[in-house]
Design a protein around this ligand. Structure first.
Ligand code: AMP
Length: 176
């Protein structure tokens, strides 16, 4: 399989000092690497009985929508506050400093639907767990979450597992 990790660019001290930003734009712009990424995720999830993919704004839209299309599933966006036009519910979550929130349309998921959650990267897992909470509030069943990148030092995968979600990531990077 293609070495997806080698297509991801690291930008030091973005968006603030001490953060190593793992930039997937260098992966997305390469047709073969983008395709290999979606194919690897699709292969991992091909045998599950899933109804929809939920992707987290913004890079989770790119990966999640391409994967949903490949798997023959619908796509649902989880967005930053105030961006969705229809009736929505909101879930706040803690950041290192302060709070943020995510929204989902009330009619995006029907009770009992099996959902695959997708984002580009998992760090602490706070963002993914907020999305899990939204999906569950709508009656969705979310047992799987997929990522291109895991930052294992931040423990996000364990947080997902502790909340009944089986995580999967295509590659890992040390540090923050
Ligand atoms: P967390 O909630 O801590 O798991 O952070 C995950 C979210 O923040 C994802 O939506 C990522 O896109 C973004 N993120 C966190 N850390 C990084 C990083 N080092 N490089 C790129 N994106 C990151």
């Amino acid at each position: 399989m293609m070495d997806i990790r080698s297509y991801i660019r690291t930008i030091a001290d973005y968006p603030k000092a001490g953060i190593q930003f793992r930039d997937i734009t260098t992966l997305l712009k390469d047709a073969a690497a983008f395709n290999a990424t979606i194919d690897a995720l699709a292969l991992h999830y091909a045998d599950l009985a899933l109804d929809k993919v939920v992707g987290i704004e913004a890079r989770g839209f790119v990966i999640g929508a391409a994967l949903a299309s490949k798997l023959g599933l619908g796509f649902v966006p989880v967005r930053k506050p105030g961006k969705l036009p229809g009736a929505a519910i909101s879930q706040s979550y803690a950041l290192e400093y302060g709070e943020d929130a995510l929204d989902i349309h009330l009619d995006a998921i029907a009770a009992g639907e099996h959902i695959l959650l997708i984002d580009d990267l998992i760090a602490t897992g706070g963002t993914a767990l907020a999305a899990v909470a939204l999906i569950r509030q709508l009656g969705g069943v979310v047992e799987h979450a997929g990522f291109v990148i895991d930052l294992p030092d931040l423990g996000g995968l364990q947080h997902l597992q502790a909340n009944g979600v089986q995580p999967f990531a295509l590659c890992q990077f040390e540090g923050h």
